[in-house]
Design a protein around this ligand. Sequence first.
Ligand code: HEC
Length: 150
Amino acid sequence: MIRYLSVAALIAVGATVAFAQAKGGAAAITERKAAMKAVGGANKALNDMAKGDVPFDASKVAAAYKAMGDAFAKSKTLYPDDSMTGDTAALPAVWAKKADFQAKLDKAVADVKSTAASVKDVASLKTNHAAFAKATCGTCHKDYRAPAKK
Ligand code: HEC
């Protein structure tokens, strides 16, 4: 029992250290990719439901949009100046047009909220989520994310 407790305590300390270090450079890149991966995972869960591959579940819809909103809000601190280069797909425009990029993250948080509130069933999920993804994800990626390597 004591051993289990100390392992848990160590993990807790490790998580705190990782968070504290996530201020600049490579750590920020790692964290923002993880945040965007969480957005991608939530997006996939919603698309699977919209397609009917997974049964519609209002609580899962709410959880997916919450995860997305949290990740967008967190992303605001994950593009420090010393993280412009490295293993990242973020374009230099993120730093050249900082205010616009931050505003797009704010808008993404707001869009997530309004889309989540507008989804009542599979039909509304299908229509409203597709519109949200096109406008919110697509608009930012077009200007700020390097296209996927072929
Ligand atoms: C405000 C801008 C912005 C918005 C909005 C946005 N993204 Fe991104 N996204 C980025 C940037 C910038 C990167 C590149 C991050 C990097 O490589 O450092 C990225 C990377 C990604 C990645 C790759 C993550 C990885 O593994 O490296 C996925 C997946 C992704 N976005 C999905 C989405 C989806 C889905 C949405 C909409 C629900 C979305 N994004 C909305 C800016 C945005």
